[in-house]
Each structure stands twice: as C-alpha cells, then as structure tokens.
Design a protein. Structure first.
Length: 588
C-alpha cells in the first residue's frame, strides 16, 4: 500500500473485489461467499459449471516497527525481521478459518511453536517429558522461558503456525466507506473509532462488567426457564438424556446504527432519505470533510486502513477536488487509505506510483494489475522526476496509463508537423487514435521518460532522423548507441527518417509547392527540376530552402510542408510506415 493506494481500471475488473479481500482479511470472521471460490483460468463445462477450490487463501506482508517486533518476539521462537507474512485460509466446506503466520517452527510436529498460548499444566508436562530443567514454582513465566530456551536448540524449519494473540491484537483496523446514504457513511466512519476504543484496557474491563451483569440478570434466568425442555424432547427422542440451552449475549457485537437528525428552519425535522441524490451527496461530502479533521487524541489510530469505494461517484469537478483534499488529510494523519475510483480528476492528483491499474481483456478470467513505478536503484527515475517530467511534457497520469502508443522524436519541426500530416494521412487525429507525441529534442528528461514508459510495458516508437543515428561525438540523445543502451529494439521500435533528415525526406514536388506558395518575393515558377541542383545533402539543402523562404524557423517550414501535402502519397514513405506501426500498436 502506498499513500494513498488508488485502484483504477475497467468495470468488473476486480477493484471492489480487492476491497472485499481486505475486509475479509482484516474485518470479519465469516468466510467469503462461494462466488470467490472458482478455480482461476478454468472455463465452465457444457452445463455452465466451473470447479471450485476447497480453500480460499488471503495473504499479506506487513512491515514492522521496533515496538511491534519486540512485542511479537515474545510469542515466536525466533524474533521477526523487518516484515511479517500473515495469511488467512477460509475452508469452504466447514466455514473454518486458519489464521497463521510464517515463522520458524520445530521440525518435530509434536513440539509447540507458541509457548505463550499453553497452559501451565501443559508446559510442566512437556518439561517432564523431554527432561528439561524445571525452575519449579507456580509462576507461569519462568516455566515458559525454560521451555522456550530449550525449543530454540531444537531443529527448526520455516512453516506456518497459528497466529499468536499478540499478532491478532496488532492487526490494523479496516473499514470500507461506501454508498450514498449519509447515515451509513457516518456509521462506517464511527466504527473505526469504536473498534479502536475496544482495544483500550479500560473498555475491556467495562465490557467484562457488562458480561457479568448480563449473566446474572438475563442469562441465568433464561437457563433456569429452559431446564425442563428435556422433558418435552424425550417424548419424541427417548434416547436423548440431556438437553441444555445456553443463551449468549454479545454486548461488544458492534456499533449498530448512527442516526443523523437534521433540523431545518422553523425547527422542522428534515428527512434526508426523502431528499434528492444531490442533497445526499452534499451531506456525504460534508461528512467526508468532517472525518478528515484532526480527531481527539487516540481516537483514530495510525494502524487504520480506510477504503473508499468510488467516493466521487456523480460528484462535480469541484466536489471531487474537496473529496481528494479530505482523503489527503486522512493520509497526512497516518491513516492508510485505499480508493477505488474512475475519476480522472482523482487519478491525475496522486503520484503515479500510487496507482494500481486493473485490466481484464475480453475472454480473460483473471485480472492483470499494472504498476508503473520507477526503479529504486535508478536516480533518474525517482518518483519526483518521472511525475514532474511527465507533467511538464503535458502527460498526466491518465494519459500515461490509458494511451496506447507513444511516438518519440527529436525535433521541434516534427512536433509542429506530425499532427497535421497524420490527419491528412488517416482522416483522423493522433489523440483519437490513442497516440501521444514525445518531443525528445535536447531533453534528457524526455529520454528518461521514454525509457521509463518502455520498461513499464508501454508501447514506445521512435522516429529518428538518419543523420542522428550515426554517433559522431555529438550530444544527440537518439543515436543508435543511445537507443541500444536504453534497451530499445532498433528494428522494431526505431523508424529511420531519411535520407538524412525529416525535411529532406519530402520530394522536390512538395518543396516546389512550398516555395511557390510561400516565397516572399512572389516567385511562382519553382519546379522540381529547378530544385535538383540544391539536392547535395540535407546540411546544405535545408539551409538553402530557409534562405529562399527568408524563414529562420524550421518548425514554420515544417508546417508549410504539411500544408503542401494534398494526398497521403505525398507523405514520405518512411513517415507513413511509422504512422502505420503506431496505429497498429494503439489498436492492439
């Protein structure tokens, strides 16, 4: 989990299922429904049935603080490291739950792993059975210590053991906040504080007093009332000799409701359920902002995980911004936040590394979750760098995640010219086709950005002038050596534009039209034959054309070339091939 963790992607791709998994792992003792027990990657049979697994396993790895390590070490044979691997196994057939932790356990299955969970009688029995020095006395702790020291000397192996009580107590509090009902939202948020209050020793003592009072005043009278039920049962089942009814009261079952009363003008009560969706959304937004305020000391702990399922649904742009600020406040308080959303506004406000992109292609049973995260050992790809370079180039998170193809080039002429050329070639736009341009001219950051996109599975193409592919000691960033060192497939991803360069690739017919349309002295008799003497290479040809046009800007000349194109065939073949490849990649 990051700060925050944002789940985005297709509908029915698994975002809500992820929140369900977190709730079953942290927040409930009931097993997941059978809908989650299907065997992955197995299609239904002819009758529409799919096989199911007998166990559903949820696993999590937690980083541990020094205080947590010290607390857990007392319950394990070997102290934990910086992290701990925990799992819950739900049995489909008997509804049982196995909550365990990965640790070092004795190779001998008869030996215990958690001495803190054993009774003093069992500990004494083991000390005697294995001839372990018994410190004697009636205190449990010295006996535990003696058994623990002896167990450490026995052969150990990695294995799963039942999670000690201390690990259960350290588990984060988890709460999903969802829905458009303000009362339900308040209830869900207050449950976080309620669960934390239950952890306080004073609260546990209070609950124990309630249990005693309930037992004396309610449970015992009911037990007395049902004592003679056996007499009635024996009339039907003579072999039954005893029957007991033991009523149970759960005074700590949870916070049942949190009604919201609103009073309007003239002291009139307002029924929020009768108001429109817009009003309920506004009240919900106010509740989100209220929950983001700094709470009373100790009420909302740092070990809380709040999950929001589409909190910005149906909200306008300004309201979405306020929701984001409220969630950001939760993060700043130390609360871990998970958000499932479709809001581009929200997606573009978080760091790229916080986003988990869910995709589920048609016909695929399993979901792929994509993370675009910089390599930790590459200083050029720090989170700050990648996010800010992308932003400076006009690439927000939505573009980086959803665009299908990135076309990189080295030159401002291409930047000005390619959109118009593409439109004349396809009768469509780069944007609608899912193709984004990346201008790498003298921009080291753009090269790093392109490398980052490539390494994270984005489709990246390069349009490179032929004269820049020859490494002659220049500071060009798209030379063949640079491309090769960056891991790009020269033949597949790099399209050479030439001969020589982008402008030189256009025919004399197109250049003649450019000169006739734009030559400032009004000369209109330029023909392809007149341009032949100038064709002595790009280094002399392009400056000569700029001189004739009395134009200092190569991008302006590039626009003249694009406007002179009337038919797709007028576009140089090398540029058309690059367009075709980009279109195929964006459509795949």
């Amino acid at each position: 989990l990051t700060d925050p963790t944002v789940l985005i992607g297709c509908n029915d791709g698994g975002k809500t299922t992820t929140l369900d998994a977190l709730e079953y792992f942290f927040g409930t003792s009931t097993p997941p429904p059978e809908a989650y027990s299907y065997v992955p990657d197995v299609s239904p049979d002819n009758d529409g049935h799919r096989p199911r697994v007998d166990e559903m396993v949820l696993e999590a790895v937690f980083s541990l603080s020094e205080i947590e390590r010290e607390a857990i070490a007392k319950a394990l044979l070997e102290p934990p490291g910086d992290s701990m691997h925990v799992r819950k196994v739900f049995k489909r057939m008997d509804a049982s739950i196995d909550f365990s932790v990965l640790s070092r356990v004795p190779e001998n299955p008869e030996l215990p792993s958690d001495v803190t969970a054993m009774s003093i009688t069992t500990i004494r029995s083991l000390l005697s059975k294995y001839n372990i020095d018994n410190p004697g006395g009636n205190a449990k702790e010295p006996l535990q210590e003696a058994l623990h020291i002896w167990l450490l000397k026995q052969p150990l192996q990695e294995g799963w053991l039942a999670a000690p009580t201390v690990i259960k107590e350290l588990m984060p509090i988890f709460q999903i906040v969802e829905g458009e009902d303000p009362e339900q939202t308040i209830l869900q948020l207050l449950r976080v504080s309620y669960k934390q209050l239950q952890k306080y020793p004073d609260t546990e003592a209070l609950l124990n007093r309630f249990r005693d009072d309930f037992d004396k005043q309610l449970r015992q009278p009911l037990v007395e009332q049902t004592k003679n039920i056996i007499d009635y049962i024996k009339d039907y089942l003579p072999d039954i000799t005893k029957a007991e009814v033991l009523p149970e009261f759960k005074v700590d079952a949870g916070l049942a409701s949190a009604p919201l009363t609103l009073i309007g003008s003239e002291n009139a009560r307002i029924d929020i359920s009768a108001r429109g969706a817009g009003t309920r959304q506004q009240v919900n937004l106010a509740i989100f902002e209220w929950s983001a305020e700094k709470p009373p000391e100790g009420v909302i702990p740092s070990d809380t995980i709040l999950a929001f399922d589409e909190p910005d649904l149906h909200l306008d742009y300004e309201a979405q911004k306020r929701i984001y600020k409220a969630i950001e406040s939760h993060v700043n308080k130390g609360t871990q936040v998970v958000v499932a959303t479709h809001s581009l506004n929200f997606i573009n406000r978080v760091s790229l590394e916080c986003i988990c992109h869910y995709s589920k292609p048609a016909g695929q049973l399993e979901t792929t979750i994509e993370y675009l995260r910089p390599e930790s050992n590459d200083p050029d790809e720090s989170t700050f760098f990648v996010n800010h370079v992308g932003e400076s180039m006009g690439f927000d998170n939505a573009a980086i995640l959803y665009e299908r193809c990135f076309l990189a080039f080295e030159g401002n002429t291409e930047l000005a010219t390619l959109p118009l050329l593409f439109s004349k070639y396809t009768k469509d736009s780069l944007f609608r086709c899912g193709i984004r341009l990346v201008n790498c001219y003298d921009q080291y950051g753009a090269i790093v950005f392109a490398k980052f996109m490539h390494k994270n599975g984005r489709r990246v193409l390069f349009m490179v002038d032929e004269d820049t592919t020859i490494n002659k000691g220049t500071k060009r960033l798209l030379t063949k050596n640079s491309q090769d060192n960056a891991g790009f497939a020269i033949n597949e991803q790099v399209h050479i534009i030439g001969p020589d360069c982008f402008e030189y690739a256009f025919t004399d017919q197109i250049w003649a039209k450019v000169l006739n349309d734009n030559e400032p002295n009004g000369q209109k008799d330029w023909s392809p034959e007149k341009l032949t003497p100038y064709r002595q290479g790009a280094r002399s040809f392009v400056p000569e054309m700029l001189k004739i046009l009395q134009e200092e800007s190569k991008p302006n000349v590039g626009m003249m070339l694009a406007k002179a194109v009337e038919n797709p065939d007028d576009i140089p073949d090398c540029i058309r091939r690059c367009f075709d490849k980009a279109i195929r990649l964006a459509a795949s």
